[in-house]
Design a protein around this ligand. Sequence first.
Ligand code: C5P
Length: 301
Amino acid sequence: MSVTVRVPAKVNVQLAVGAARADGFHDLANVFLAVGLYDEVTVTPADELRVTCEGPDADRVPLDRTNLAAKAAIALAERYGRDADVHLHIAKDIPVAGGMAGGSADGAGALLACDALWGTGASRDELLDICAELGSDVPFSLVGGAALGTGRGEKLTALEVGGTFHWVFAMAERGLSTPAVFREFDRLAEGRNVPEPLASRDLLAALAKGDPDALAATLSNDLQPAALSLFPELADTLAAGRTAGALATLVSGSGPTTAHLARDPASAAEIAEKLRTSGTCKSVRVASGPAAGATLVEGRR
Ligand code: C5P
């Protein structure tokens, strides 16, 4: 038998970044919103651990033990004293190295799928602990919806969202490495006092109300200057989104995917069409949020 889990992408509607900590990570106030672009991870018993991937960016996905899906299977197997003898297949629709937590989605998906396949009986908290060990964004990929992440982003508080937000995502020709973007953030912050990262009350109120205009007025990403510094052409994509009628635009997480907030589905479709023909990005997708977190779609035991 096999088990398939579907996991959403995320956009950070606020990403407040503090100074580098002694361990090299940064304290964050990270407001995650899961959006309806999905990877699917299918796990099947096998002789030994193997990862395969299909999808538009599949050639850019590592298939060895550095893949977060493989790391998740190994971490769960170690905890339950068994072999990670599974074939993990990733049907990838979330952009690779795009700032939308695609790798984290595969980690959370593999964890939930292996857990169901092996019937470990692990509690939600145990799974969340493993997610946090795998990476800062992995716990959010498991829970989905909307949440405030503090610490390095892994300590989650669920947030109320009073409506559906409509987005257009513009994918770039190349990826950006998250560590490189944080390093650039540190370089740009040299000699400056970096304030403690705090969630914006106005932004949380906009989410709770489901008000796109209020959310547009409060979107922010402290990593955006660093992403633009490493990938200056992204400024053209952001400008094209604004010209196309987006309420607001920002770089998603560490980038380079850009997120364009629309008032409604019709406006999202129009912005998407204009961005597609703008010549400032590789491809364009429309998606709305909040979306549910990692969910078993097939092969429930
Ligand atoms: O936690 P994760 O493995 O996803 O982080 C990838 C990299 O991003 C880290 O190695 C670190 O360079 C950077 N990072 C950070 N502060 C965070 C999260 C990530 O500096 N809160």
